[in-house]
Design a protein around this ligand. Structure first.
Ligand SMILES: Cc1ncc(COP(=O)(O)O)c(C=O)c1O
Length: 499
């Protein structure tokens, strides 16, 4: 910066001094081109070196913030300096979800085509709340979501050509909330929207359902207590006969059962609820059935895994997350309804400032009526890029490869008498434990994660601490799984030397 307060950007851009009515200075297309290349190079380099970082960040609470200046810069800084700070100030606080040794939670896939699709969407900067605010944003989304119905072998009634349709939500949590709201309005003929939630409404999910179902029940005004958590069987899948008993008991109390959330691939153990039996019960009882397949739905790309969706033709709504296992950057959840009128009936609202000819014509979809926020990003672009770049067969290979690696891991665990697999792994998640106390298993987990060489998480099943090993990252190869198993065995010998 010189004495007059003018500042020279990294591209020689002259920035005016403070005050006055000078126009703002933006990054020129030329500088954007240059810095954009630097960022793409940075990301490509990151992918090449990500395996070298500790999978779980070692930052202590507050450490990253302490390295940042207390006040924002008054004058703009050179882009190269900002990027350099990513390396020194941000990376130490990153848990490397893209590490090939990341086996925690469920995966959060990224891929080259998804990142580039996302970049393009940022560049276009469209806000697709209405068809009219960018027709391509809406029509590509409708089209790609119809493709996905065919790709996963989903029931045709989820397609836009009939009475149903799909929409991209940010997350499965939002999809479940929207399903619950649509079900609530269907059950009360729109009264809950007009007057507030009917206190007699009751919803059901298994004890293993994701916490987002309870959160949705709270937000929708039911309250946690009006979500009944139904008993599960020895594989942690919902027991339909227990559901039936609960529904009958609630009816006997004068309550109004209206909604069931079945899970295809529970978070703790990947249990697959029996959608067929649950669906028949819902049809008999007039209950809305939502199926949450957040992680495992992607497996249905492969015909040999489509059994997980048996009975889905009974579902009123369904969701899965390409941002977990289908190589599409967060955020991207595909949410389908069999009857779009009930969703739009629950969420549609039309203030004067959004009225336009296309909406009035009734010939277009306005996705703002299909989710909670008004505004929406052009997420379909990255999904379209992913599907086109990999092709359906390429995506199937990713699923088969990661399922194969997880099954290999499960075989190694089963062959070591010190360990047990807690349930047979249906897909890519292995739940296992040392045949020892919870404290020893917890100790094992902490030592492994401290090592930085891999990252696992835990859960509780049958009131015991269980370690979860989920394979899903694009960079994970057999050697990474083998190395992880070796580390687990070594640490096991240390935490429980007697075995
Ligand atoms: C079965 C299931 N449902 C819902 C969710 C929530 O996903 P999201 O972060 O997309 O809301 C998860 C997250 O792991 C999950 O496993």
């Amino acid at each position: 910066m010189d004495a007059e307060g003018t500042q020279t950007g990294s591209q020689g851009t002259v920035r005016p001094g403070a005050g006055g009515t000078d126009p703002p200075v933006h990054m020129t297309p030329e500088e954007f081109r240059l810095q954009g290349r630097a960022v793409v190079d940075w990301v490509a380099d990151y992918f090449e070196r990500v395996a070298a970082y500790p999978a779980l960040s070692r930052a202590a609470p507050g450490e990253i913030r302490a390295g940042l200046p207390a006040a924002p810069p008054e004058h703009g800084e050179a882009f190269a300096n900002i990027l350099a700070d990513v390396e020194t100030k941000i990376l130490p606080g990153i848990t490397h979800w893209q590490s090939p040794s990341f086996f925690a939670f469920f995966p959060a896939n990224v891929s080259g085509p998804a990142i580039l699709g996302e970049l393009l969407a940022s560049g276009l900067g469209v806000q697709g709340m209405l068809w009219a605010t960018s027709p391509a944003c809406t029509e590509l989304e409708t089209h790609v979501l119809d493709w996905v119905v065919d790709m996963l072998g989903l029931p045709p009634r989820f397609k836009s050509s009939g009475s149903g349709g799909g929409v991209i939500q940010d997350t499965a949590s939002s999809a479940t909330l929207c399903a619950l709201l649509a079900a609530r309005e269907r059950a009360t003929g729109g009264e809950s929207n007009r007057r507030g939630c009917d206190g007699r409404l009751v919803a059901y999910a298994s004890t293993q359902a994701h916490s987002s179902v309870e959160k949705a029940a709270r937000i929708a005004g039911l309250g946690s207590e009006k979500l009944r958590l139904v008993e599960v069987d020895e594989r942690f899948a919902l027991r339909p006969e227990a559901l039936e008993r609960r529904v009958a008991a609630d009816r006997a109390l004068g309550l109004v059962p209206f909604f069931v959330c079945a899970t295809v691939g529970t978070t703790s153990s990947n249990a697959i609820d029996p959608v067929q039996a649950i669906g028949r019960l819902c049809a008999r009882e007039g209950l809305w059935l939502h199926v949450d397949a957040a992680m495992s739905g992607t497996a249905a790309l492969c015909p040999e895994f489509r059994g997980i969706h048996a009975g889905l033709e009974h579902a009123d709504s369904y969701c899965f997350n390409p941002h977990k296992w289908m190589l599409t950057n967060f955020d991207c959840d595909c949410f389908y309804v069999a009857d779009r009128a009930s969703l739009i009936g629950a969420l549609g609202i039309l203030p004067e400032y959004l009225r336009n000819q296309a909406t009035a014509s009734g010939q277009v979809i306005d996705y703002r009526d299909w989710h909670v926020p008004l505004g929406r990003r052009f997420r379909a672009l990255k999904l379209w890029f992913v599907i086109r770049w990999y092709g359906v067969e390429g995506l199937r290979r990713h699923v088969r490869h990661t399922v194969h690696l997880a099954q290999e891991f499960a075989r190694w665990v089963a062959a070591d008498p010190r360990f047990e697999c807690v349930v047979p792994p249906p897909l890519n998640l292995v739940c296992f434990r040392l045949r020892s106390s919870d404290a020893v298993n917890q100790d094992l987990l902490e030592r492994l994660n401290r090592s930085g060489e891999l990252y696992l998480t835990h859960t509780r099943l049958d009131d015991r601490t269980v370690l979860r090993f989920c394979v899903g990252q694009p960079q994970t190869e057999e050697r990474h799984v083998r190395e992880a198993w070796q580390r687990i065995q070594e640490e096991a010998a240390l935490v429980q030397p007697s075995c």
